[in-house]
Design a protein around this ligand. Structure first.
Ligand SMILES: Cc1cc2nc3c(=O)[nH]c(=O)nc-3n(C[C@H](O)[C@H](O)[C@H](O)COP(=O)(O)OP(=O)(O)OC[C@H]3O[C@@H](n4cnc5c(N)ncnc54)[C@H](O)[C@@H]3O)c2cc1C
Ligand code: FES
Length: 525
């Protein structure tokens, strides 16, 4: 995670600024009491909120105001301007807010039809708003069991409590660590720019404080849908009123001789990342197998540690299927400029202690090997419980599975997506968190549709790509802007219909694309 910036700029808002400086929908960055504060004008109201996104520290002044909300420019979190609350992940904490006073000047007598101008003052910082328990809770399950302590499970547990659910919540996680920020594992943490503490989504005390029984290193072996029970690997049984399956995905294993050697690593959990970081401290030559997002992020992070990196993958152009040939080539060149060597159109045949041998006969030195050849949704429990399966766990628009007591969210869930009109499953952090929240509300009987527009991001060196929408198959890609200057967007269409937009350093455009997609599916007028 990036450090939250605290430099102050703009006017001291406690001294007052003319309302004319903030037209409707506009923002003004300033400060109050030594903290960066953003003044936002929405219609007749003026709001003063913390100017820095609590997720990774983005400047919210570069975001977008939509009604009485503001969206973060980097990873599209959304905050309520009135209460400061984080309405949408990946931000989980609110932004601060300040009291505002508007002093209207009298209208000039010669222009009585003009609205009076005024001065806005930022006063004291307001206390945080405790979200009142919702009056809408219709169903109170006797207990909620969440299988999975990742993005979706973590978000679901927190929302159950925010919405006022007081029954027992048990979160079972096969991971050894509390819910962690997986995207950080291949980026800042592996590169050595983010601390170990930045890996946890919540401090360990959060679960205790919210009476969430978090059981780590605990694997569920089976679900008995007839008895509403889960059976743990250690033989214990737990009864549930409602069950959320959020088991995520598992890295695909590389089945080659030498694939189990100790210097061959996979990256999914915090434990995996810590093991990789400790090996990286001494490694000199790394081979990354797979030119996936994770593989390429790992390559970039290992280069930041000055380790020689070779990337091996069967495709001709990295990321071509998802991002298109032009952007794929650009990403390849970017890595090459940073010293990465690609071996494309080939695969690995054997791994030895110091060498990786390729199908084309090449032998590449490696004292560290990282395999990133994709993931498979962890659906074994759902399959054995006879839940409906379709290359993932089939859920309806409320994220309910074929068993009414069981919901599913995150990497395992295949849901009916309104934008494409298809059932889709994605492996995106923000989608998993948002689905966890929606599933939690539906466990409480809200009947809230999940129709957030899919979103993901990747960071490699100083390049950030943001992707909004979902285009599993597309037949046309259009670039707008200058790729070399890193100021462009790519639009992916099928049969003339826009399905997704990828942007490079055009945050506003990505936010506007998200809003257009929301309009397409009728979420906004
Ligand atoms: C290194 C890395 C980098 C990534 N970077 C990005 C990125 O930049 N942007 C992006 O959008 N996405 C990224 N992702 C993907 C993103 O992290 C996932 O989409 C997201 O974590 C999925 O959330 P989830 O809750 O479905 O599953 P997970 O977060 O994987 O959590 C699954 C949980 O289920 C538990 N579990 C599984 N089976 C059992 C069982 N039988 N019993 C008990 N517990 C079980 C696991 O232990 C774990 O706690 C990245 C992923 C990785 C690994
Ligand atoms: S920095 Fe705001 S959502 Fe990530």
């Amino acid at each position: 995670m990036g450090e939250v910036k605290t430099e102050l700029s703009g006017p001291d808002l406690t001294q007052g600024v003319g309302l004319a400086a903030i037209p409707n929908g506009a923002m003004l960055l300033g400060h109050a009491g030594g903290e960066p504060v953003l003044l936002v004008r929405g219609g007749d109201e003026v709001f003063a909120i913390g100017a820095i996104c609590p997720h990774y520290g983005a400047p919210l002044v570069e975001g977008l105001v939509v009604g009485a909300t503001i969206r973060c420019p980097w990873h599209h979190a959304c905050f309520n301007l009135r209460t400061g609350q984080a309405l949408r992940p990946p931000a989980l904490d609110p932004v601060a807010r300040w009291r505002v006073k508007v002093v209207h000047n009298p209208a000039p007598q010669h222009m009585p039809e003009e609205p009076p101008a005024g001065t806005v003052y930022v006063l004291e910082r307001l206390p945080g708003v405790d979200r009142p328990p919702s009056a809408r809770v219709l169903k109170v399950p006797e207990s909620v069991v969440i299988v999975g302590g990742g993005a979706a499970g973590n978000a679901a547990a927190a929302v159950l409590r925010q919405e006022g659910y007081r029954g027992p919540i048990t979160m079972l996680s096969a991971d050894q660590s509390p819910p962690c920020d997986r995207p950080n594992l291949s980026k800042g943490y592996l590169a050595g720019t983010a601390s170990d503490e930045s890996n946890l989504l919540r401090p360990a005390s959060f679960y205790q404080d919210n009476d969430i029984a978090l059981s780590l290193g605990t694997r569920v072996a089976a679900i008995n849908t007839g008895r509403n029970q889960v059976k743990l690997v250690d033989g214990r049984q737990l009864t549930y009123g409602a069950l959320l399956l959020a088991t995520g995905a598992e890295p695909t294993r590389l089945e080659v001789p030498g694939g189990e050697l100790p210097h061959v690593h996979y990256l999914r959990t915090l434990a995996d990342s810590r093991a990789l970081v400790s090996k990286a401290l001494a490694a000199r030559h790394a081979v990354v197998i797979g030119a996936s997002f994770i593989g390429l992020e790992v390559a970039a992070s290992l280069r930041a540690r000055n380790i020689a990196v070779h990337v091996i993958a069967p495709e001709a152009i990295p990321m071509e299927r998802i991002l298109g040939a032009e952007l794929g080539q650009f990403i390849r060149q970017l890595h090459e400029q940073h010293g990465v060597r690609f071996h494309l159109g080939t695969t690995v045949t054997t791994i030895d202690e110091e060498v990786v041998t390729l199908k084309n006969g090449e032998r590449v030195p490696a004292d560290l090997v990282v395999v990133g050849i994709g993931v498979r949704p962890a659906i074994a429990l759902a399959e054995r419980a006879d839940l409906a399966i379709d290359r993932g766990v089939t859920v309806d628009e409320y994220l309910q599975t074929s068993d009414p007591h069981i919901f599913a969210a995150g990497d395992i869930a295949r849901w009916p997506d309104r934008l494409t009109g298809e059932r889709i499953r994605v492996e995106h952090f923000v989608v998993a968190e948002r689905q966890g929240q929606t599933a939690a509300r539906n466990i409480l009987g809200y009947r809230e549709r999940f129709d957030a527009v899919p979103f993901f991001w990747t960071e490699q060196y100083d390049l950030g790509i943001v992707y909004v929408g979902h285009a599993e198959q597309w037949d046309e890609v259009h670039r707008d802007g200058d790729l070399e200057a890193r100021d462009c967007s790519f639009t992916y269409r099928r049969d003339g219909k826009t399905l997704a937009v990828a942007t490079i350093h055009r945050d506003q455009e990505a936010l506007r694309a998200e809003i257009e997609f929301e309009q397409t599916i009728g979420l906004r007028g």
